[in-house]
Design a protein around this ligand. Structure first.
Ligand code: ZN
Ligand code: ZN
Length: 369
């Protein structure tokens, strides 16, 4: 386990500078002459700029980050620190956008259709001196494979979540509310050095545990309740994702105990299937086969996992309908779950790095029954 005190502040560098050239190679392959990147996490990935307002023009030779006066110092500093070969242009009242000039002489400019709003698309169609056309997932495809620095950040976030559960887990007892547990987990992650939680922490007990995305409420936990805790931390923009399930007062016996064991076995089968070159759908099938044998196939109502990085949900998806195969350097979750109204729910989830011959767990909290 990485000590968060050291991991957060001694992270290896990311290879940000080479990403623009990787993107250009992809644009050339797809016949895209110019791309205007407007998704904040994509701008961050390509330039190192973490501000909330910025768009990045990328063509065959130039990269221009356009932002506003709030970031006139931060943007050039971050781009330079990342070693990225991009100009920074700050716009304002008497500082017009460079986009009309940049787009003059270009036939078509691709926009990121998956994240741009209707209004924004219409505004850009006015500003750009070229036809605008949709593109899908160009930068997201690059982001699927993580470099060493990115993996280290996700691992650091995972370690903070592990430490939080180690501290808070013993307090998950009868009489404590879901909200109290969630707040304690969030507090512990922030106190350990996380810049934020990776998503709204889920602590779902008893009847609530039968809802895959329940929100923590004020109901006190009762002896025998199933409890699902799904949470993660953010370190330097990168997220972790982990779910642990338990039963208040101990696993015991009966249908709840059987569900805890069956889903844990399904997760182990899914993890064992993860490796470079394996179809993503095969990992899903491995989990589903175990739950089918346990008579719980209908209670497993979601896909098996997803990529994790700058976004909590990114490519690749691991579901029965996934068409791609996993590759070394991807970071994905394996998270089968079953949900039975009247009984409760169980989910086990880890964030793992795909390696040539298997996987490396980044989340490390115990999964003892
Ligand atoms: Zn999760
Ligand atoms: Zn997840």
């Amino acid at each position: 386990v990485i000590s968060p005190g050291s991991s957060v502040y001694a992270l290896p560098p990311m290879r940000t500078a080479e990403r623009l050239d990787r993107l250009r190679a992809r644009l050339a392959e797809d016949g895209v002459g110019a791309l205007l990147v407007t998704t904040a996490t994509n701008v961050r990935y390509l330039t190192g700029f973490t501000g909330s307002a910025g768009s990045l023009w990328v063509d065959g030779v130039r990269a221009v980050l356009v932002t506003d006066g709030r970031y006139q110092d931060q943007a050039p500093d971050q781009v330079a620190a990342a070693g990225v070969d991009a100009e920074v242009v700050v716009t304002g009242v008497d500082r017009p956008s460079p986009l009309p000039t940049l787009s003059a002489g270009v036939d078509r400019v691709s926009l990121e259709a998956g994240s741009i709003s209707w209004g924004e698309q219409r505004r850009l169609a006015e500003v750009l001196d070229a036809e605008v056309v949709p593109s899908e997932g160009l930068v997201e495809a690059l982001r699927e494979v993580k470099d060493e620095g990115e993996v280290a950040r996700i691992a650091a976030a995972a370690a903070l979540a592990d430490d939080a559960l180690a501290a808070v887990g013993p307090t998950i007892t009868a009489g404590v509310t879901e909200a109290e547990v969630a707040i304690a987990l969030d507090h512990a992650m922030r106190g350990g050095g996380a810049s934020d939680r990776a998503f709204e922490t889920i602590v779902a007990g008893g009847p609530n545990s039968a809802l895959p995305h329940a929100r923590p409420g004020r109901r006190p936990l009762v002896h025998g309740d199933l409890v699902v805790c799904d949470f993660g931390a953010v370190v330097d923009g990168y997220r972790s994702d982990m779910t642990r399930s338990m039963r208040v007062g101990g696993t015991g016996t009966g249908a709840e105990a059987d569900m805890l064991a069956a889903v844990l076995e399904a997760q182990a089968a899914g993890l064992a299937a993860v490796a470079d070159g394996v179809l993503a759908a095969e990992v899903d099938a491995a989990c589903r086969a175990v739950l089918t044998d346990a008579g719980l196939a209908d209670a497993f109502t979601h896909g098996t996992g997803h990529g994790v990085g700058l976004d909590i949900h990114e490519g690749p998806g691991l579901s029965s309908s996934a068409t791609g195969s996993l590759g070394s350097g991807q970071v994905v979750t394996v998270e089968p779950g079953v949900y039975v109204v009247g009984l409760g729910g169980v989910r086990w989830e880890d964030t793992v790095l795909v390696t040539d011959d298997g996987h490396r767990l980044l989340t490390g909290s115990p999964k003892a029954l």
